[in-house]
Unconditional design. Structure first.
Ligand code: SAH
Length: 393
C-alpha cells in the first residue's frame, strides 16, 4: 500500500477509532503534496500511526473511509465488498423471483461511502456521490457483473446530479456495461416501470418497500389518498389490499404518467384508481373528509442543515392539512426522508400539527428504512427515512 498521507491533529483520531467513516477537514494537520480530489489516501494519527484508508475530497467531509486496515483498494476490494452486500440481501430473503428490485449498496451502510447501487431485475443503476467513487466507476461496474453468480448484466451509471458540482468531473449518464434490457421490475409481486434514464434518483424509491407492505394491510375498504405518489408505489399496494378507491397525486405530470402506466401493468382498467397532476397543498385545500387513509411522502424538505427550520415548518403545515381533512377513524402514513431532520424533530413537527387540529391522534407504528438500506452502527447519520402511522379520531 503506497498512498499519499493525511495526518490528523492531536486527539482527532477518536471518532475513527470508533469506526466512524468520515474525516472532517478541520481534523487535518497535514496533507501530502499533490493529493487531489478523489485520490486514495492513508490517514495517520498525530503520533504517525496508521488508522485508515479512504477517498479524499475537497469539502467539509475530507476523507470517506473505505477500510481501517492497511490494504490496497483494488479490484478485489470492490469485488469482495459488493459480493458481501449481495450475500446480506440474499440471506435475509430480499432477492426472489417476485422481488427483483432492491438496493445493493447503501453507502456507509455497506462500507462503501459515496456509493449507491440499486438493482432492477438484471440492471444495476450506479450513483457516485464522491469523486473517488466516480474514478472507481469502471472497476465497480466490472465487479458488479462478476458478483451474484452473474445476476447483473447491465450497469447504468447515473451521477450527473449526485457528484459535487465544484469538482467539475462532468460525468455522463450512460451504460458502462450492456444496455437496455427491460425496465420492468417486481417488488413484492407488483410490477413497476422504472425510468432510470429520465426518472428521479435511480428511477424508483426502493426504500418504501416495507412501509408499502404495511399499508396494504390497512387498506381494505378505505378511500386512499396517495400524496407525492411519484411512480405510484403505495397506490398499488392499497389496490391489492382491497381499497375502495385510490387517488394518486403528484405535481409532476411525468410522475402521473408513470403511475397510470403502472396501474395498467398491475390492474388494467381498474376503475378504483385516479391520478391527478397537481400541487399537494392545492389538492389538500380542495378536499373534504372523503379520505380515511392518507399517505404523505414528500421530497426532502431539508437537503442541508441550514434549511432545517424551514423544513420543519413545511412538515408542520403539510401534516396540519391532512389532520384537518382526514375522516374520523382515518389512518395517516406520514414520512420525512430529509437526512438533516432527525426522528425527534420530525415527530415534534407532526405533534404540533396534530395539536393545532385539536384531533385525538395516536401513534400506531414508527417506521424507518428497510433492511437493504442498512445503517452502519458507527454512522448514525445513515438513518434518514422516518415515518409515523397515526390513528386520527
Ligand atoms: N411516495 C413515492 C416517492 C415520493 S418522492 C414512492 O413511494 O415512490 C416525492 C415526489 O413528490 C416526487 O415525485 C415529486 O414530483 C413530488 N412533489 C414535489 N413537490 C410536490 C408538490 N408541491 N406537490 C405534489 N407533489 C410534489
Amino acid at each position: 500500500m503506497n498512498y499519499k498521507k493525511i495526518i490528523l491533529k492531536r486527539g482527532k483520531e477518536e471518532s475513527l477509532k470508533r469506526f466512524h467513516p468520515w474525516v472532517f477537514s478541520g481534523a487535518i494537520a497535514h496533507i501530502d503534496d499533490g493529493v487531489e480530489e478523489g485520490d486514495l489516501v492513508a490517514v495517520y494519527t498525530s503520533a504517525k500511526e496508521f488508522i485508515a484508508v479512504g477517498h479524499f475530497q475537497i469539502g467539509s467531509i475530507a476523507v470517506r473511509i473505505l477500510d481501517f486496515t492497511e490494504r490496497e483498494i483494488d479490484d478485489d476490494f470492490f469485488y469482495e465488498r459488493l459480493q458481501r452486500a449481495y450475500e446480506l440481501r440474499k440471506s435475509i430473503g430480499l432477492i426472489r423471483p417476485d422481488n427483483n428490485a432492491f438496493r445493493l449498496v447503501h453507502g456507509e451502510g455497506d462500507f462503501l461511502p459515496g456509493l449507491v447501487v440499486d438493482i432492477y431485475d438484471r440492471t444495476a443503476v450506479v450513483q457516485a456521490h464522491s469523486p473517488g467513487m466516480h474514478f472507481a466507476r469502471n472497476t465497480i461496474a466490472q465487479a458488479l457483473v462478476k458478483i451474484a453468480d452473474g445476476l447483473i448484466r447491465n450497469v447504468y451509471y447515473k451521477s450527473e446530479t449526485t457528484l459535487p458540482y465544484k469538482a467539475q468531473l462532468d460525468p455522463q449518464n450512460d451504460y458502462i456495461i450492456g444496455g437496455f434490457e427491460t425496465n420492468i421490475a417486481i417488488e413484492n409481486g407488483l410490477k413497476f416501470h422504472v425510468d432510470w434514464l429520465k426518472g428521479q434518483k435511480t428511477g424508483f424509491f426502493v426504500d418504501q418497500r416495507d412501509n408499502r407492505s404495511l399499508l396494504e394491510h390497512y387498506a381494505k375498504g378505505r378511500n386512499v389518498l396517495n400524496m407525492f405518489c411519484y411512480t405510484g408505489g403505495f397506490s398499488f399496494y392499497a389496490m391489492r389490499g382491497q381499497a375502495n378507491l385510490v387517488h394518486s397525486v403528484d405535481s409532476s405530470s411525468k410522475a402521473i404518467k408513470l403511475t397510470n402506466d403502472n396501474v395498467e401493468l398491475n390492474f388494467p382498467g381498474d376503475p378504483r384508481h385516479k391520478a391527478f397532476a397537481e400541487d399537494a397543498f392545492k389538492f389538500l385545500n380542495g378536499i373534504d373528509d372523503q379520505y380515511d387513509l392518507i399517505i404523505l411522502d414528500p421530497p426532502a424538505f431539508a437537503k442541508h442543515k441550514s434549511a432545517l427550520k424551514n423544513a420543519l415548518i413545511g412538515y408542520r403545515k403539510l401534516n396540519s392539512k391532512a389532520f384537518e381533512r382526514i375522516k374520523s377513524g382515518g389512518i395517516l402514513f406520514t414520512f420525512s426522508c430529509s437526512q438533516a431532520v432527525n426522528k425527534d424533530q420530525f415527530r415534534l413537527a407532526v405533534f404540533s400539527a396534530a395539536a393545532q387540529s385539536g384531533r385525538k391522534v395516536r401513534i400506531l407504528h414508527q417506521l424507518t428504512q428497510p433492511s437493504d438500506h442498512p445503517i452502519n452502527i458507527y454512522h448514525p447519520e445513515g438513518e434518514y427515512l422516518k415515518g409515523l402511522v397515526l390513528y386520527v379520531e
